[in-house]
Write a protein that binds this ligand. Structure first.
Ligand SMILES: *[C@@H]1O[C@H](CO)[C@@H](O)[C@H](O)[C@H]1NC(C)=O
Ligand SMILES: *[C@@H]1O[C@H](CO)[C@@H](O)[C@H](O)[C@H]1NC(C)=O
Ligand SMILES: *[C@@H]1O[C@H](CO)[C@@H](O)[C@H](O)[C@H]1NC(C)=O
Ligand SMILES: *[C@@H]1O[C@H](CO)[C@@H](O)[C@H](O)[C@H]1NC(C)=O
Length: 367
């Protein structure tokens, strides 16, 4: 372990030389040491490099502004590409909590303390004073408590990932003020309450990953105003209501996962007609009505999963005209009639059509 560590230390040296222009102010060094004191990293020794006067030189995971010496990046990732992790055959493990001292690093642009599995405690509310912070990634820990209410004050935020933690409470309404937010990942927490009705104000957002929480209420119509939204995943929550028809008119939306909720109503024809839609999972809800007959040569679905709903009527004939159908699942509905014939269907097996009322034809029994 010792030799691996010095190998890693040597690799860092060239970086240290480049960044050792202005040393870090003593107050920033003290803040980092207080941050370190609240954490325990027993296996890799990443904090062993935090033993010199200049925190801008050779401290693992720390980067500074070369002219002011102010700390700009705290980048501690437990599932790192760093050769140290692979050489030692270890992934990250750290206990303790995120000290509020981190908030005194007022020029911080990225705060990454991710994938350490066991960091607990809460997100210090004072992080909302970090007005230069662009990247906040605390995913893959055991952080509990709520998302700071004033998160909307962090006007520089572009990426927020708090996935795979134990965060509870509601999505703060102030979040819609993050006009630069491009990527929001709150997956696999215990976030409850409704998605803010004006969520659509997040005009720069391209990925909204809210899967695996306890969200209730319906999908706000305002989402359809998000011109850059490519990926919306609200699967495995407790959402109700129907799909706003406007969602089908979104130009760049290509992944929509609503599976595992309690949503009802019909599937808007706009959604299935949208040729940009590549992954659509509506499985395990209470959707009903017929499947709109609006597929065509522009339909290119890697995933179209409508299983475990209450769809009735026939499988639309136009589905066989679709260009590509990677994974189709229509099982566990109330569909009836002949399965259409078409080249995009040939590889689809019987399980994709099972447990319906009276479907027939290849790959099921002949009509
Ligand atoms: C800091 O720790 C490293 C790694 O354990 C060691 O090689 C180095 O001598 C230490 N430096 C000081 C100033 O203590
Ligand atoms: C660094 O933070 C100080 C205190 O908040 C602020 O006055 C200064 O403008 C910041 N500098 C940069 C480059 O953001
Ligand atoms: C669609 O969602 C269901 C329910 O969450 C899941 O079991 C299924 O694997 C998903 N389908 C695909 C193709 O990923
Ligand atoms: C399923 O749809 C039928 C009519 O299409 C309706 O009568 C029935 O209540 C629905 N069942 C559920 C569980 O939603």
């Amino acid at each position: 372990m010792a030799s691996s560590f010095s190998f890693f230390f040597l690799m860092l040296l060239p970086l240290a030389v480049i960044s050792a222009v202005t040393p870090c102010p003593p107050s920033q060094r003290a803040a980092l040491l207080a941050f370190k004191a609240a954490l325990t990293e027993p296996y890799l020794g990443i904090f062993n490099t935090w033993n010199t006067t200049d925190c801008c030189a050779s401290w693992y995971g720390i980067a500074c502004d070369p002219t002011t010496g102010h700390v700009t990046d705290v980048n501690l990732r437990g599932e790192s590409q760093d050769p140290m992790f692979q050489k030692l055959g270890l992934s990250g493990y750290m206990t303790g909590k995120i000290s509020p001292e981190i908030c005194t690093l007022s020029n911080l642009t990225s705060l990454v303390v991710a994938d350490w599995k066991a960091i607990s405690g809460e997100i210090p509310a004072c992080v909302t004073s970090l007005s230069s912070l662009r990247l906040l990634d605390l995913a893959g820990n055991r952080i509990a408590g709520e998302i700071p209410t004033e998160i909307g004050n962090m006007r520089s935020l572009s990426v927020v990932s708090l996935a795979d933690n134990e965060i509870s409470g509601e999505i703060p309404t102030s979040i819609v003020n993050l006009r630069r937010l491009m990527h929001l990942d709150l997956s696999n927490n215990q976030v409850s309450g409704e998605i803010p009705y004006d969520f659509g104000k997040l005009r720069m957002l391209s990925r909204a990953l809210l899967s695996g929480n306890q969200l209730t209420g319906s999908i706000p119509k305002s989402i359809s105003r998000m011109k850059r939204l490519a990926d919306l995943d609200v699967s495995l929550n407790r959402l109700t209501g129907s799909i706003p028809a406007e969602l089908g008119k979104m130009k760049v939306l290509s992944t929509l996962k609503l599976d595992g909720n309690s949503m009802t109503g019909p599937v808007p024809s706009t959604l299935l007609r949208n040729t940009g839609m590549g992954i659509l999972n509506l499985s395990r809800n209470g959707f009903s009505g017929t499947i709109p007959d609006v597929f065509g040569a522009g339909s290119y679905f890697m995933v179209l999963d409508l299983s475990f709903n209450n769809f009735s009527g026939r499988i639309p004939a136009s589905l066989s005209a679709s260009k590509f159908m990677g994974h189709l699942d229509l099982s566990n509905n109330h569909l009836c009639g002949a399965i259409p014939i078409g080249s995009s269907f040939e590889h689809i097996d019987a399980a994709s059509f099972s447990n319906n009322d009276c479907l027939c034809g290849n790959p099921l029994k002949a009509c």
